[in-house]
Design a protein around this ligand. Structure first.
Ligand SMILES: [Zn+2]
Length: 580
């Protein structure tokens, strides 16, 4: 049996399947790989330890300083222990190690090393280190774990640069996830670093100058101004790309606050965008005259928002895609509607029996028909596209309503004696349950595709989907790679929002592209502007960097989330930059 050390510290879902390439590797080893680039030696920073002399963490300083005296490969092998068949760490210079990611040979979904470093981090702000990331397109993300007692603390981090040494800081405040029951920060016995596999090419990481996290640096006014000038000059130098699909999700039902739809669409058009994806429908509310969905009362006073948005798009030559939230009734649905649907047993029930009256049950045939009708109605209004969102279950704990039980039993000829626990405990039933949930969600995508193409040919069908095509089917019933392979969609927008850098975004996009290799459906990644935690001064630069990553991946477009007050100052900067 594996020790707990090997089994734990793995709280991240599996990404990509292993593929071949071992033969190529052998040949490359024999003849020497022309593309292999060993990280250059980093500049060593004795000050990173010395800077903390004032802080009462002398023990921890000594421990980290001791780690930095590791000066031979033998010593490195004892201190930096490779896990999951990852390559053995190699010494670059004392205090700096190279971590080879042998993805062509490994079956594991991550390359992973433990810095066996008992350290008391109770008084420290966190951890900092210099990081070097080789081919970022081979990774879908990076994690740091702290082993405390028998449990772990965990967070993800993103490299900020490719093939260039740069400082990464991990403030303790960001380390929120736990596995098992970790003891206090004074009991850290190992620090685990993981690079999550996105591809099958070998590459390498490197770490140096491990120290405590420095408090955030405050820039002077002069430094801020200089940075702004540099960003502007950089943006101006960027090339544009002809024929690119450039969408913007717009959550606002009435256009941008204080602006008409004509002004809202005008802002997109003037600044180089080609499409709006406007959220005008939820399962419980339409912001236009609908014969299928309940109509928002404001439509009577503020007018039909679909008509207004569409007219503005037509006048300015911008594509109009309507974003319709599936299953979720939305915040504007009345209590009366929720009660009526719950009474009709059309809403979801959680594993623990709680009624989720805001979500329609996907396996209920009336709900499926209702959703399809809402998309067909929209498509026939003359829009360029219909866009499925929330095309999934809320999570693994839904839906366990009585209707799901009987429809599940009748579909597979089962008679369950221990519902709902049986679908989690019995391996065979569990596999069927997984398939049942995927089938229910896919039925809506297939239904929309069939009916919209028949009744409103030419209208594009697209979907906003979660990031991970491999784990999404089991977790939320969303098998979007399958929808792409079967041609149900005309394009797909993974919501690639939750990364700290454009470099990490790029790794995810390349992995998604590889996953869709057999499909011809365009992948148009979602850029998460309004979800980023970073300092807003860098918004335009970061959107531009992600657009460049989309282009580098050879994709034909992207969609930015979301058109709001934060986006307004970014638009003209993109226009002088990659959207000239
Ligand atoms: Zn149900």
């Amino acid at each position: 049996m594996e020790s707990a050390f090997e089994q734990d510290g793995c709280a991240r879902k599996k990404w990509w399947l292993w593929g071949g390439g071992a033969l190529v590797l052998v040949l490359l080893i024999i003849v020497g790989c022309p593309c292999k680039r060993t990280p250059p030696h980093p500049a060593m920073r004795p000050e990173t330890v010395a800077a903390y002399k004032a802080v009462p963490i002398a023990d921890a300083q000594r421990e980290i300083a001791a780690w930095r005296t590791v000066a031979t490969d033998t010593a490195v092998a004892k201190t930096v222990v490779a896990r999951d068949n990852s390559g053995a760490a190699r010494l670059l210079v004392p205090g700096a190690v190279e971590l080879p990611c042998v993805f062509s040979k490994m079956r594991s979904d991550r390359a992973c090393w433990d810095l066996v470093l008992p350290v008391n981090l109770a008084e420290a702000d966190g951890l900092a280190f210099d990081f070097w990331c080789g081919d970022v397109t081979q990774f879908t993300g990076f994690s740091i774990y702290f082993k405390c007692g028998t449990g772990w603390r965990h967070t993800e981090f993103s490299p900020l640069k490719e093939r260039e040494w740069h400082r990464v800081t991990i403030p303790k405040a960001r380390v929120r996830t736990q596995e098992g029951k970790p003891t206090g920060w004074e009991t850290v016995s190992a620090i685990r670093l993981c690079g999550w596999r996105g591809g099958t090419n070998d590459t390498e990481l490197a770490v140096a100058n491990l120290s405590f996290a420095a408090p955030p640096k405050t820039n002077t006014v002069e430094e801020l101004a200089a940075e702004e000038r540099q960003n502007l000059a950089w943006l101006k130098r960027l090339p544009t790309k002809k024929g690119e699909w450039r969408g913007f999700w717009c959550h606002a039902y009435y256009g941008l606050s204080g602006k008409s739809w004509a002004e809202t669409i005008g802002l997109l058009k003037t600044n180089g965008f080609t499409a709006v994806v406007a959220n005008l429908a939820w399962a419980g509310t339409a912001f236009y005259q609908s014969d299928v969905l309940p109509v928002a009362p404001q439509v009577a006073t503020r007018g039909d928002q679909l008509a207004a948005c569409l007219a503005a798009c037509r006048a300015q030559g911008v594509e109009c895609h309507v974003w319709n939230v599936c299953w979720n009734l939305g915040h504007h649905a009345t209590k009366g509607l929720q009660d009526k649907l719950t009474k009709a047993k059309r809403t979801q029930v959680c594993f623990d029996g709680t009624v989720r009256s805001g979500w329609l049950c996907p396996s209920h045939p009336d709900n499926l028909a209702y959703e399809i009708r809402s998309f067909v109605e929209l498509a026939k209004r003359g829009v360029d596209g219909v866009h499925l969102d929330y095309i999934r279950y809320p999570d693994e704990s839904h839906c366990f309503c009585a209707g799901c039980k009987s429809r599940f039993e009748s579909k597979y000829g089962l008679s369950l004696t221990n519902w709902p626990a049986q679908v989690r405990q019995d391996t065979d039933v569990k596999a069927l349950w997984r398939e049942f949930r995927i089938t229910n969600i896919t039925a809506l995508v297939r239904g929309v595709s069939t009916h919209v193409r028949r009744e409103a040919p030419g209208v594009k069908i697209s979907a906003a989907v979660f990031q991970n095509p491999e784990t999404n089917p089991g977790a939320i019933g969303q098998d979007w790679a399958d929808w792409c392979r079967k041609g149900y969609l005309d394009f797909v927008c993974p919501m690639d929002y939750n990364y700290d850098s454009a470099v990490a975004f790029k790794g995810v996009v390349f992995s998604q592209k590889r996953h869709l290799a057999e499909a011809t459906v365009p992948l148009r990644p979602g850029i998460g502007l309004s979800c980023w935690k970073d300092d807003r001064r860098h918004d335009a630069r970061r959107v531009a960097e992600e657009i460049l990553a989309v282009r580098e991946a050879g994709l034909d477009g992207f969609c930015v989330f979301n058109l709001d007050a934060r986006a307004i100052p970014v638009l003209p900067l993109l226009h002088i930059g990659p959207l000239k």
